[in-house]
Design a protein around this ligand. Structure first.
Ligand SMILES: Cc1cc2nc3c(=O)[nH]c(=O)nc-3n(C[C@H](O)[C@H](O)[C@H](O)COP(=O)(O)OP(=O)(O)OC[C@H]3O[C@@H](n4cnc5c(N)ncnc54)[C@H](O)[C@@H]3O)c2cc1C
Length: 802
């Protein structure tokens, strides 16, 4: 084994082999993969090898498409067959809701260029005669599903990488990792040490253990997974290979395996494997079968596909594979650890392995993953993902793998974990809570405890009328919102303004003022949107998206400067906001400072005493009304809440939650991170051009942003009024123009203050000025969409400045 390499990839499963291949393809040849046993010795060898393009996150779906298309390439380079069988696949719906879900998946596939089709039960049965029609209502057909040979795929990646210059060392375990002061790594192995510039943790079933070598606890857990293979079936003789099928009701997937069928299930009572430590002596082993555990699914499967029961069970496979809490991979550089990368938690290696390798290699070589991989970024998790949290969430995710996820559905595992000081007070007010980064935050308020439950639906739910009431209170009087779930940072030190001016695209505000700003990468794409509040010359209170805290910190670390400290303080400061025409009168009744617009205008920020509570007060509101945000240290939140609630009685104060806030910010065409603002859009495209200060000579992304502004950018964020009936757009629906899909919705909601169904979404710049011809597809039906030329609510912004 060589003693030095630019990159050491730990783990020779399908993911590590893909990363290795993609690194050589991107031009890094001095790369070494170290495998403890033989290639495929983790989850990979016993996988069912199924692959499909459909994923809840369109950006992950794109990488799945890429993976499937890649197999031809690596077969050609390596001469190794991947055993690709493209059979096509059907997803079978037994209920109307599932059929609605499939229609939405098909619609989403449209703008990804996927050729999905909703078909009748009769058509499905023609394609897949093993099904018993009476159990189904319809299906979706995808021509590019199939399965591969896991051994063949892994070896094809590995050989292609070796042809590209990579080296692979087998039967050598990495036992430790030690970082040198220059950020490079000593990789300690059973066969000697290697000095590497970069290390990639692609250790699959042992990724947690490799993480622990560098002091991190990765949120992944292996679950046992069983599939069975039937005896040979006369029904298959002389027929073309059967399609892949997913039967959601049985929570099963089926495909042909030689003369029989393979049937696997994601059972409700899933069992984790090696919950704390994965044994190093586990190799190409299988776990003991437990057919009783999957009996309920098998029963449904045998009823829905009777020929399978008649064929009997020839073989059962039970093997472990890893999941992150949300079931998506964990990839990217790890905050606080230079040159340490992860590519793990990949639960669908044969659909996702190629995309993971591509994104990670680009990130390592070019400094950017080259695609929007937020849904897979390791930085989406933080300190709350303890071992027990991960355990609870992974079990829940496994059990729900084939369940319908409704847009207003809040999963219950691992809750409540984090609560703000006023949690009990909000519970008394019948708050319905959501979980955000493990933190409970109010979504809406019900009139009674009995009504404080969301009836899950793709259409307007039982919460609709209550949210309408909350929005009306904000419009006509004043609303009180908890805003503790924002991300917060204290930036301090003599270099604060200079550093922020470089990192952020907008001008740093003067002391006592607030500025909104995008953060751009070198390619001029949006990697954050913030509110900068200037407390003092050398002190800025920075507010952003909490879920992206690690993502931001990674960037801040990369661009760290002497004389500046960046301190995340999300849960040290919790917040409350008041918004609406009576907001000023309410707050004025509690503070000595003059809150008139002359004395404390829009976008002001100041330390004040609110009642007895010392607080930062900013004159801003995400609802677009006259409003104030108040930030206090955690110990004061209850007192602040009590003072506002008591004083609010005279002003018609009503609590409102995150759902109402979402509807109101859409009425104002205000975008938000991970929906309208993502690293695939530039500020001009996203309508944030006015927050980019080109008068500054230098800031990251300046030249690319200037190019975008002058060239106009490819896409445009638009606001629409939708002629919807009982279901509003939510996000990811296709936008049609003149009968063609041209774009996608990023957010949507019913705007209660204006009485209109609204949506925000991107379309190509060339059609963005069209006056008519837009439609938005909601649950399979196209609705006329009218482009709005100004925000639906308070288009001039007079109210928030009043
Ligand atoms: C029963 C079953 C059915 C499945 N069906 C499908 C399917 O149909 N479709 C699909 O896409 N996916 C399926 N999967 C999931 C799929 O197997 C995984 O997504 C994939 O194998 C993950 O690959 P990996 O490379 O991340 O991890 P692994 O395969 O676990 O590979 C990790 C490798 O790292 C090595 N390693 C670990 N630690 C060290 C160390 N310290 N030093 C050196 N080497 C080390 C291990 O020996 C191992 O070879 C299935 C899994 C199971 C168990």
């Amino acid at each position: 084994m060589k003693s030095h390499a630019k990159v050491v990839v730990i783990g020779g499963g399908v993911v590590g082999a893909s990363v290795l291949y993609h690194l050589t393809k991107a031009g890094w040849k001095d790369v070494l993969l170290i495998e403890r046993a033989e290639l495929t010795s983790g989850s990979t060898w016993h996988a069912a090898g199924g692959m499909h393009t459909v994923n809840g996150d369109p950006n992950v779906a794109k990488l799945q498409q890429y993976t499937i298309e890649l197999y031809k390439e690596i077969e050609k380079i390596s001469g190794q067959s991947c055993g690709v069988h493209i059979t096509g696949g059907i997803m079978l719906a037994s209920t109307q809701e599932r059929l609605d879900w499939l229609k939405m998946a098909k619609a989403r596939g449209r703008y990804l260029g996927m050729d999905l089709d909703i078909i009748s039960v009769d058509e499905a049965a023609k394609l897949f005669p093993l099904m018993d029609k009476k159990h189904f209502k319809g299906a979706m057909y995808d021509p590019i599903e199939g399965h591969v040979d896991p051994y063949g795929v892994t070896h094809a990646y590995a050989k292609s990488a070796q042809i590209g210059g990579a080296e692979i060392v087998r039967r050598t375990r990495v036992t430790d990792l030690k970082q040198r002061p220059d950020g490079s790594w000593d990789v300690i192995t059973e066969g000697g040490n290697v000095h590497a510039e970069h290390v990639v943790n692609a250790a699959g079933l042992w990724a947690r253990e490799v993480g622990r070598m560098v002091g991190i606890e990765l949120p992944i857990l292996a679950m046992e997974h069983q599939y069975l293979i039937t005896g040979d079936m006369p029904e298959l003789v002389g027929k073309p290979e059967q399609l892949h099928a997913i039967d959601f009701e049985g929570e099963i997937y089926i495909r042909q395996e030689r003369g029989g069928m393979l049937m696997g299930t994601y059972e409700r009572a899933g069992v984790p494997w090696s919950e704390v430590t994965t044994p190093w002596d586990f190799g190409q082993d299988l776990l003991a079968n437990d057919l009783d555990r999957i009996a309920p699914s098998l029963e449904v499967g045998f009823a829905h596909f009777p020929a399978l029961e008649a064929a009997g069970i020839k073989k059962v496979v039970n093997g472990p594979f890893t999941f992150a809490p949300d079931g998506n991979p964990l990839i990217g550089p790890v905050k606080g650890l230079r040159n340490f990368w992860v590519a793990c938690g990949v639960m669908a290696g044969f659909s996702q392995g190629g995309g993971v390798g591509l994104a990670l290699s680009r990130w390592m070589v070019d400094g950017d993953p080259g695609a929007d991989i937020w849904g897979m970024d390791v930085a989406r998790y933080g300190d709350w993902t303890t071992l027990a949290y991960t355990n609870a969430k992974v079990r829940e995710n496994y059990a729900h793998r084939f369940s319908i996820r409704f847009p207003n559905e809040e999963l219950t595992a691992a809750r409540p974990l984090r609560t703000s000081p006023i949690y009990d007070k909000l519970t008394t007010e019948h708050a319905v809570f959501g979980d955000y980064c493990g933190l409970e935050h109010p979504l809406w308020f019900a009139p009674s405890a009995a009504e404080a439950v969301d009836h899950v639906s793709f259409r307007r739910s039982n919460a609709h009328a209550h949210i309408a009431g909350e929005c009306a209170a904000v419009r006509d009087a004043v609303g009180l919102l908890e805003i503790s779930n924002y991300g917060k940072f204290e930036i301090k030190g003599p270099g604060t303004a200079e550093w922020l001016s470089m990192i952020m695209a907008n001008r740093v505000p003067s002391v006592g003022r607030i500025a909104l700003t995008p953060m751009l990468n070198e390619r001029g794409k949006l990697i954050g949107d913030f509110t900068m509040c200037r407390v003092a010359a050398d002190h800025v209170f920075l507010i952003g998206t909490y879920a992206a805290e690690s993502y931001y910190l990674r960037w801040f670390e990369r661009h760290a400067a002497p004389g500046v400290t960046v301190r995340p303080c999300a849960m040290e400061y919790v917040g409350l906001s008041v918004a609406g025409p009576h907001a000023r009168d309410l707050l004025q009744s509690l503070v000595r400072d003059d809150l008139s617009t002359t004395a404390f205008p829009f976008m002001s920020f100041r330390r004040m005493e609110v009642g007895m509570v010392p607080a930062y007060v900013g004159r801003v509101s995400f609802t677009g009304d006259l409003g104030y945000e108040m930030w206090v240290t955690t110990d004061y939140q209850r007192a602040l809440y009590d003072s506002l609630s008591k004083a609010g009685r005279d002003f018609g104060l009503r609590l409102f939650g995150g759902r109402a806030l979402n509807a109101m910010r859409i009425e104002k065409s205000f975008g938000t991170w991970a929906r309208e603002y993502r690293p695939i859009y530039g500020p001009h495209e996203a309508g944030l051009g006015r927050f980019v200060d080109f008068k500054k000579d230098r800031f990251i992304g300046r030249s690319a942003a200037l190019e975008e502004r002058d060239g106009g950018g490819a896409m445009r964020l638009l606001a629409f009024e939708v002629a919807a009936s009982d279901a509003d757009a939510l996000g990811d629906e296709p936008i049609w123009h003149d009968g063609k899909v041209v774009g996608w919705v990023t957010s949507g909601a019913f705007g209660h203050r204006v009485g209109k169904s609204l949506a925000l979404g991107y379309v190509p710049a060339a059609v963005a000025t069209a006056d008519a011809g837009f439609e938005i597809e909601i649950i399979g039906e196209r609705h006329r969409a009218t482009r709005l030329t100004a925000a639906a609510f308070d288009p001039t912004g007079a109210l928030m400045r009043a």
